[in-house]
Ligand binder design. Structure first.
Ligand code: NAP
Length: 344
């Protein structure tokens, strides 16, 4: 686990310590932490550090220091790009949560329920780069919440245009993250690079495999992003223009029918329902709904007509689990279940 001491790294640790298929054998972080015990190097954000990991020595993020075959990365983006390439070149499977490689044409950007077929990019990636390892990525936390909610509608009715307004939790900025005087009782209407990520990654997620690459979906997305004083759970208000316009009850039915791609259905981290529809007038809410499906379900509500684009709704997902660590662990499970990665 690279970046094991950070906010997302800790979520990975929680998911991996009792994982049925994977064993967490090594933790690594910056030179500030290397050489210390994990519990000394980490400002643990929960109550107890799992005992299996507390006494582990923190290693440097160097393939010579880390021997595991599968390397999860929650590294800061200032270092993730190069570090992940070194591990892939050294024959490791790098399952990354960082932004650096997501938009490269030969790197899969995958939500297991939405586009598992994009893992086929790995063949071209390894051939082109001469790697015995590989890099697989999951998306930006808001993009994952958005795409998980709109993919069923895109598949059923086609999306032409989307206008998105996010209300993003402070945990999305890592630890210590947003200064308290900026966060408390306030809204910050800017998150660096976030709007661009939502607008670009969405098209890759919803795109189709063609030959050795992805043809981006023919959808236009416009995003406004805001940081709000919420601990966990990004909320997204979205208005959609559909190729085949439908009434809100038909959109609701398509979301209720959605079970996600068959390849994702029985993975240990997959929730029973990837999308949960709430009919109460005031849901979803991060405080009440961020834990749905163990933090892996995207909760959708307020599905109604939109006088401008046709349809609107609110989606919410746990940014650290569905939007980060859980998505990456699920991608690793997908690789094992489909025989691409060595079996446990
Ligand atoms: P964070 O709390 O700041 O943690 C950053 C991690 O990177 C720490 O383990 C840190 O180790 C390590 N690191 C920093 N500089 C390093 C260096 N020079 N060499 C090696 N390791 C270094 O950040 P985070 O929120 O967990 O985010 C981690 C990654 O996930 C980022 O790329 C972020 O963009 C992405 N992400 C975050 C979220 C979210 O909701 N938070 C969602 C999606 C994606 P030390 O403790 O030793 O400094």
């Amino acid at each position: 686990m690279l970046g094991a001491t950070g906010a997302v790294g800790q979520a990975f640790v929680r998911l991996l310590v009792d994982h049925p298929w994977f064993e967490l054998v090594e933790v690594a972080a910056s030179e500030r932490s290397a050489g210390k015990r994990y519990d000394e190097a980490t400002r643990w954000l929960g109550s107890e550090i799992p005992r299996q990991v507390a006494g582990m020595p923190v290693r440097s993020c160097d393939p010579g220091e880390v021997s595991a075959e599968i390397v999860f990365s929650a590294l800061d983006s200032s270092v993730a790009g190069e570090a992940e390439q070194r591990f892939a070149a050294a024959g490791r499977w790098v399952i990354s949560n960082a932004k650096n490689h997501r938009m490269e044409p030969d790197v899969p950007l995958v939500i297991a329920e939405v586009n598992p077929d994009h893992m086929a990019l790995l063949e071209a990636q390894r051939a082109r780069r001469g790697w015995t390892g590989a890099i697989v990525t999951n998306g930006n936390c808001s993009t994952i919440a958005l795409v998980s909610a709109i993919a069923p509608l895109h598949r059923a009715f086609g999306i032409r245009r989307a206008v998105v307004v996010t209300m993003q939790a402070v945990s999305g900025a890592g630890y210590p993250g947003v200064p308290s005087l900026d966060a408390l009782g306030n809204v910050v209407p800017f998150i660096r690079d976030e709007e661009e990520k939502i607008e670009e990654e969405t098209l890759k997620f919803l795109g189709t495999m063609e030959g050795e690459g992805i043809r981006p979906a023919n959808v236009v997305v416009g995003a406004h992003t805001n940081r709000v004083p919420v601990e966990n759970g990004h909320t997204i208000c979205v208005s959609l223009e559909l190729e085949h316009p439908v009434a809100p009850h038909e959109a609701r039915a398509a979301l209720l029918d959605w079970k996600g791609a068959p390849a994702a259905r029985d993975l240990p981290t997959s929730p029973e329902r990837p999308v949960i529809v709430r009919d109460e007038v005031d849901r979803p809410q991060p405080r009440r709904d961020a834990g749905s499906g163990g933090g892996m379900s995207t909760v959708v509500g307020r599905i109604r007509a939109d006088p401008v684009l046709g349809l609107r709704m609110v989606a919410m997902a746990h940014n650290v689990v569905r939007g980060a660590a859980g998505a990456a662990v699920q991608n690793a499970e997908l690789l094992v279940a489909t025989g691409r990665m060595p079996s446990p």
